[in-house]
Design a protein around this ligand. Sequence first.
Ligand code: ADP
Ligand code: MG
Length: 416
Amino acid sequence: MILLKGLLINLLFILLLVLFFSMILWNKQKFLKIEYQGLFLSLLCSALICLSLFLSIPVNENFIYDLRFIPFLLGSIYGGKRVTIILGIVLILVRLPFGGDGIWLTISLVVVSSLAILWLNPKFGKKTTNWRLCITTTFSFIYSIFGFLVPSFYYGFNNIMTFCIYSIVLTSSTFFVTYLTEVLRTTYILQLGAIKNEKMEIVSHLAASISHEVRNPLTSVKGFLQLILEHRDIPDNCHQYASLALDETVRASDIINDYLTFAKPHPEVLVMLDIEKEILKCKEIIGPLALKNSVNMNMVFFHTTMIQGDPHKFRQVLLNICKNAIEAMPKGGTLSIVTTTNDNKTVVHIADTGHGMSPEHVARLGEPYFSLKEQKGTGLGMMVVFRIVEGMGGNVKVSSEEQFGTSITLSFPNAG
Ligand code: ADP
Ligand code: MG
């Protein structure tokens, strides 16, 4: 009975801390960076292991029992290799002061289970919830046999009832705590998805409602500014002001174009695209910006196939990607565009030698308003790229390495 009470108090603390961890995770984007999550998980599970040990119940002078295996197991499964090793060491170190022959049992069980978890680790992320539930519960059951039943015969505390209580509480607690963690994890992922969809919807509304109204007056402002610039007898400073104003209106109309493309993602004019011609046109448009940033532009065409789409939108995809690439190389570099034909796909590789992005930023690419350019960026460019390419039945792959550059691969189904 005392053992049961002790184990249930253990369980209560474990559940409370799992809930606390998930609460922190909900606010992750506000104050817990991805790189600190492993550290946080290690600290939390180590605290739980210590707490379990202090609340443990001695069965004889050599052995004490508690649920410390649960935080070790969960931390290792969800935290990866480094957390597994840290928790294994913590578990052994914390057990040492309690003494008794049980230490040797703890060391051997921790080493064997750590090795098994490390071996299984790469598979955990890819498997289903049921698989993870099965694995953790089986681990606990095996642990209860080797941790209690086997030594109980050698040390003479082989009371089958006590073993049953320990084994049932440990195994079922592992099941429930894993289940709770899985439910919280799924809800968290769903919530992230919902936030992204909500943002998309707001952008769609904005696009539909204001873009048309703003674009027409902007076009006339642009026209008049161009007329002013063509006048020879205006003072120099006015010329300068007008050209600045023109630059800004061009920027504003670019932003509005992005919004409009987002509102109508599917190509309206479907023609056979001459990829080479479109890329060369893009080079012509973006050339001055590349020159200003001392960026070399290399183009190689190996494709032998045609694709279908709206030429304006396709050009916008190229422009948005090339603009980002050039902006990522403020001190110069190389922007290369290579086209190939793979199986039944036409592929366009666009690579730069710019400052690159972290994996977190790559994952967020295409999210509305995601920009690291502060005042200068709108965070719409890549969103439009994804939208247009998907509308054309193609897909976008991004790989990037910080300090080395970014490479974006667009693949489109061949036409005809
Ligand atoms: P914006 O250019 O207005 O910031 P985008 O959607 O075009 O918005 O790009 C989003 C962000 O992705 C940029 O702010 C930039 O930090 C990052 N990014 C995009 N392309 C590259 C690239 N080729 N190299 C480095 N960072 C990039
Ligand atoms: Mg951009």
